[in-house]
Ligand binder design. Sequence first.
Ligand SMILES: Nc1ncnc2c1ncn2[C@@H]1O[C@H](COP(=O)(O)OP(=O)(O)OP(=O)(O)O)[C@@H](O)[C@H]1O
Ligand SMILES: [Mg+2]
Length: 331
Amino acid sequence: MLIQVEHLNKSFVSRKRKAGIMGSIAGLFSGKKEYIHAVRDINFNIGRGELVGYLGPNGAGKSTTIKMLTGILRPTSGLIRIDGLNPEKSRKEIARKLGVVFGQKTQLWWDLPVGESYDLLRTIYKIPQQRFKQRLDYFVDLLKMEDFLGQQTRKLSLGQRMRADLAASLLHDPPILFLDEPTIGLDIITKDVVRKTIKELNQEQKITVVLTTHDMEDIEYLATRLILLDRGQVQYDGQLKDFIANYQKEKVVSLHLEQETDGTFLRERGFDLITEPKGQFLEVRLKVDESVSNLIATLSEHGARIQEITVGKQDLTETLKKIYAGKNLEL
Ligand SMILES: Nc1ncnc2c1ncn2[C@@H]1O[C@H](COP(=O)(O)OP(=O)(O)OP(=O)(O)O)[C@@H](O)[C@H]1O
Ligand SMILES: [Mg+2]
């Protein structure tokens, strides 16, 4: 196993404060402690070449986990092994094996031109000159970075900065890549460039990727496995396709009819109308494996002619929305 996590816990201690400024001053002296259990008894193994979507609502503990896996934060308890190494004890060795991108924060030198930051990384990681050049050319091309290599990081747009950070995390050929919201705030074209880069790295160079994102299109395009976190605990760990098969139990048929209808005859025949039909438009909910032919036959029996029909499956966003809202927690 490349990444091994056993009974991992992280609690933060904070002092309880009263409201207002006097409250925060008083809080400095009062001894009341409060614990935030950000990560609670997490277990998982990730093998070489996997691309795992690490998901969960805000505050679920995703970034906290990634910070522990990369040695930035120390676990309260539990075991972490990255390619057999303990991040607490072998930070340097582990840094060589990892690439890390935090979408919210750059790891480049703020005042240096991007290219000079890369030169520093080359020295730090002792990357041979030829290999460095080869890698750099590859990323400049893949991530379309030509135009801003000479710019200071602080002058980059968000999309440029994210691409620069992604390349920076990979110059030293790490076999593992941790990405914490790498597409946050990116326009659709830049998102596409970033996604394609991640996919290529995973498929062609067999880089193992752990990806945190709130954009389900990232997941649909990239991930094969999902680990779903909620309030610090793993709620689901399995293949993305099994997750979809398990949760997408229904589909919605949207109809545009040639005449107005109140849909009564459909209700009488046991169809589940989602909304009150509005004149010529109605929506019917079917089981995911139920054929639409019954519905069409019923409509035609009642003289309703179909102008347009679309069948939509519940997408990953809708599925997760239900799970995050706690309505569908049959995990
Ligand atoms: N340094 C810290 N001190 C105290 N509490 C913290 C600290 N870092 C994180 N937390 C708390 O731990 C919990 C998990 O935070 P974390 O950043 O891991 O969530 P997340 O899943 O990454 O959420 P998001 O999707 O919003 O990025 C939150 O309740 C957060 O307030
Ligand atoms: Mg986070």
